[in-house]
Design a protein around this ligand. Structure first.
Ligand code: RFL
Ligand code: PHB
Length: 392
């Protein structure tokens, strides 16, 4: 089998890239390790930047964002039982949109099915060959699917297979460098069929730890609390979760909190991670395969989308204009924006969580940071610019 681009990973990065390339007439094959149902069952991001929404439009993906997404013009930040609002549209003229990653992925899969693009599900033993640039030899990807061995020759490979995928590991160790910070806590998240406590997101720094009130729609809420990453989820009854959350948000919000049975509950670790470069010969990494951010800034999916934007533009220049320069620049261009998202996510995480063994000085620093943000329009503008998404 032959194609122009093999995309490893059928998550949001891989599918978005596939549809953008398809619209340009570039031939693509997508390989996904799981089933479509499994991918759609993962509850993850909920806050979308305008860059991602505009990419979905360019990819001609019919989304329900216009009718089912919620425009948010600001967010609430709490500490020491006080709260203030960051107004996104006043500082940047741009809102964010609350629309679940699950829905984005469903829209992308529907579009891919309609266009009839080739997608292999349940693939195993994916291996990358000849990624290094050596003259005329084309790259190859081999894998097995349903007991049959497959071998695809291609011009380029997009590694969109997330943090645990094979693409990054296929780059020889002496050709890559990784930067990592693992945070000493996780996020316990639940989804519940209850009305959100507030019409905007609430980020709370409390003496008991961080909490976040988010949502998917008027009757579906998403809440998170900072928790030890190795806690057994069985020890977290719904009642314990609601009690913990209520204690971490200001009393006026806690009084309005609607509780109910959780329909999903899980603990996620928090990590900052970047690999450099994001390219090895004909292999280009995109999204979580190349970098991870702690979820506090809502940047993971959005940063994956900015990689897709740069890689799509570069592949289009290569195939339409025979210009390889943007491809050669891809890693440097993508990383410049990635590091800014890393900084913002690290800053949000550091400012809003309780770290083990924080000294009295550390606590005062955190409070001073939040006081400065509350009272300083320039600090609020910087926060808003980062939250709604830096320009591509
Ligand atoms: P994904 O979503 O991990 O998809 C990778 C896909 O590759 C497949 N795969 C393979 N396929 C073939 N062969 C192999 N060898 C393979 N190995 C893996 C996997 O099955 C999978 O389908 O990466 P992608 O596409 O780069 O997308 C990244 C986003 O999913 C991620 O950054 C966000 O979910 C992060 N995130 C958030 N991002 C935001 O922008 N805003 C948010 O509000 C937000 N909230 C979150 C989040 C992530 C969270 N968790 C659980 C990690 C909240 C949470 C709790
Ligand atoms: C979510 O709704 O899942 C969500 C929102 C904001 C974040 C992280 C996750 O910062």
């Amino acid at each position: 089998m032959q194609t122009q681009v093999v995309i490893i990973g059928g998550g949001p990065s891989g599918l978005l890239l596939a549809q953008l390339l398809h619209v340009q007439g570039i031939e693509v094959v997508v390989l996904e390790r799981k089933t479509r149902e499994y991918v759609l069952g993962r509850i993850r991001a909920g806050v979308l930047e305008r860059g991602l929404i505009s990419l979905l439009a360019q990819a001609q993906v019919e989304t329900r964002i216009d009718t089912e997404g919620f425009r948010h013009d600001g967010t609430v930040i709490c500490y020491d039982d006080q709260h203030f609002r960051i107004n996104f549209t006043e500082h940047t003229e741009h809102p964010v949109v609350v629309y679940g990653q699950t829905e984005v992925t469903r829209d992308l899969y529907d579009a891919r099915e309609k266009t009839g693009g080739t997608t292999f599900f349940n693939v195993e033993d994916v291996q990358i060959h000849n990624a290094e640039l050596d003259g005329a030899t084309r790259a190859r990807v081999t894998f097995s699917c349903g007991g049959t061995e497959h071998d695809i020759t291609c011009d380029y490979i997009a590694g969109c297979d997330g943090f645990h995928g094979v693409s990054r590991q296929s780059i020889p160790q002496d050709k890559r460098r990784t930067f990592e910070k693992v945070y000493p806590f996780g996020w316990l998240g639940i989804l519940s069929q209850t009305a959100p406590v507030h019409h905007e997101l609430i980020y709370a720094n409390s003496p008991q730890g961080f909490a976040l009130c988010s949502m998917r729609n008027d009757h579906l809420s998403r809440y998170y609390v900072q928790a030890p990453v190795d806690d057994d989820i069985a020890d977290w009854s719904d009642d314990r979760f609601w009690d913990t959350l209520s204690q971490r948000i200001p009393p006026e919000f806690a009084a309005k909190l609607q509780t109910g049975p959780s329909i999903e509950k899980s603990i996620a670790p928090l990590r900052s991670f970047v690999v450099e470069p994001m390219q090895y010969g004909r292999l280009f990494l995109c999204g979580d395969a190349a970098h991870i951010v702690p979820p506090t800034g809502a940047k993971g999916l959005n940063t994956a989308a900015s990689d897709v934007h740069y890689l799509y533009q570069a592949l289009r220049a290569r195939f339409a204009d025979n210009d390889s320069r943007p491809l050669a620049q891809y890693s440097a261009t993508a990383l410049a924006r990635v590091w800014k998202a890393e900084r913002f996510s690290w800053w949000m995480t550091s400012t809003l969580h309780r770290f083990p063994q924080m000294s009295a000085f550390d606590l005062r620093m955190q409070r001073a940071e939040l006081e400065f943000l509350r009272s300083n329009p320039a600090a609020q503008a910087a926060m808003a610019q980062n939250y709604v998404g830096l320009p591509y």
